[in-house]
Write a protein that binds this ligand. Structure first.
Ligand code: NDP
Length: 444
């Protein structure tokens, strides 16, 4: 049995009931086969893949808080510190009822390679809770965040582990968590990123993931003889990533015609009105029905359906496993030329394979959405320097990083005879640096 197959078998046996983690391990290790086969003796001796698939440590803790009726509620908190061989652990905190250890592990594992790809010194980690901020009052969200941080603050620090936002964790939640960290630990340090501008946040962090997605997509199209200008784009989701992806796509001359949320989706053939979308989602925290009600050109549909709309470029920006094999078939039948993942692992393995077999350019999330974590690392640099850079400075560094990421994965794919396979390219480029650092640092 090959080394990769042995390790995959071990991952499944050691981590039962964690299907998302199995999926991520399979996706990464399968695409690393050419590198691993070329170095099999060394990697086996070092137990490199066994070490890489076992988190450095994982914390699971009780998060009790009191709701507005005086009732005590209990959630579960997680932080997985996966790998710090190239820098302090870095990765977001997801607040969503679906959160469990397997999901946090899949995200933390992917984060190792994504962070490595940015070229910045950051290791991989992830955390979160099964708490649902939706429908909660500000006071309830604060009570949860304070309780969550009361435990989490024991394990994190500016040079140890620097969490950030993710689904359900935006500026409000980061603010409450930062306040609690400061109160308990008594230090003012860059322990979280995605902070407000008045207390150490970076300009352009809010926009970074969506903007970065478009910078990489534009470069991928350009290097394959296409132009983003004039293209029709389907976006899923209507959160942070989706909103700023839509905004940047419009700035670069494309037209986004769809967005979605967990209950339905909107088709707006005249192009999504970003100001209205922000008003509905960022200010009112309302459903997309309100967008459709305020915009005569928009149609609202219940359930799923974004990928049935004819488009040149598809940008899944909602959540994991939201683009399935049938969706991939619909995209191919409609002439889609590129898919770039704004969300983490939104495309299932079968859908990814189908798209690649049908010559659709496919940029995996760990490269395409790395702009968020890259700008978080820029926020860490600004905090260490006690300086704030301008929006333009950060945005131009972000653009440079995303263009570089694309060329790194393109080169890595070519080096291993996998030209155009950006999934393999991203995993190989991310893995090589981490593997070298792990071996250099000995058995630890
Ligand atoms: P938000 O919470 O701001 O938005 C998430 C969006 O996805 C919302 O529109 C939400 O709809 C929708 N959604 C969530 N769960 C589901 C579901 N089960 N089915 C359908 N739609 C769903 O999160 P972000 O925009 O920050 O994150 C989106 C994705 O991007 C995630 O995979 C995240 O890990 C990834 N990512 C985010 C980064 C960041 O900087 N924010 C960085 C890198 C990756 P509703 O409003 O109904 O909940």
């Amino acid at each position: 049995m090959s080394y990769v197959d042995e390790v995959l078998e071990r991952v499944i046996a050691k981590n039962p009931a964690e299907p998302e983690f199995h999926q991520a391990a399979k996706e990464v290790l399968n695409s690393l086969r050419p590198v691993i086969e070329a170095n099999e003796e060394l990697y086996r001796k070092e137990a490199l893949l066994e070490r890489l698939t076992e988190p450095d440590r994982q914390f699971k803790f009780r998060v009790p808080w009191v709701d507005d009726k005086g009732q005590v509620q209990v959630n579960t908190g997680y932080r997985v510190q996966f790998n710090n061989s190239i820098g302090p652990y870095k990765g977001g905190l997801r607040l969503h009822p679906s959160v469990n250890l397997g999901i946090i592990k899949f995200l933390g594992f992917e984060q190792i390679f994504k962070n490595s790809l940015t070229g910045l010194p950051i290791g991989g980690g992830k955390g979160g809770s099964d708490f649902d901020p939706k429908g909660k009052s500000d006071r309830e969200v604060m009570a949860f965040c304070q309780s969550f941080m009361t435990e989490l603050c024991k394990y994190i620090g500016a040079d140890t582990d620097v969490p950030a936002g993710d689904i359900g964790t935006g500026a409000r939640e980061i603010g409450y968590m930062f306040g609690q960290f400061k109160k308990i630990r008594g230090t003012y340090e860059g322990v979280l990123t995605g902070k407000g501008l008045s207390y150490g946040g970076s300009l352009a962090r809010t926009e970074a993931t969506g903007y970065g997605l478009l910078y990489l997509t534009e470069e991928m199209l350009k290097c394959n003889g296409h132009d983003l200008k004039g293209k029709t784009v389907c976006v899923s989701g209507s959160g942070n990533v989706a909103i700023y992806a839509t905004q940047k796509a419009h700035q670069l001359g494309a037209k986004v015609v769809t967005v979605s949320d967990s209950t339905g989706w909107v088709y707006d053939p005249e192009g999504i009105d970003v100001a209205l979308l922000k008003e509905v989602k960022e200010v009112k925290r309302a459903r997309l029905t309100e967008y459709a009600a305020a915009r005569p050109s928009a149609e609202y549909h219940e359930g799923r359906g974004v990928w049935t709309v004819k488009c040149d470029v598809a940008l899944p920006c909602a959540t994991q496993n939201e683009l399935l094999l049938d969706d991939a078939k619909a995209l191919v039948a409609n002439g889609c030329i590129a898919v770039a993942e704004g969300a983490n692992m939104p495309t299932t393995l079968e859908a990814t394979e189908y798209l690649q077999q049908n010559k659709v350019l496919f940029a995996p999330g760990k490269a395409a959405n790395a702009g968020g974590v890259a700008t978080s690392a820029l926020e860490m640099s600004q905090n260490s320097e006690r300086l704030s850079w301008t929006f333009e400075e950060v945005d131009s560094k972000l653009q440079g990083i995303m263009v570089n990421i694309f060329h790194n994965l393109d080169d890595a794919a070519k080096r291993y005879g996998k030209e155009g396979d950006y999934v393999a390219g991203a995993n190989i480029a991310g893995f090589e640096k981490v593997a070298e650092a792990m071996i250099a640092q000995g058995v630890c």
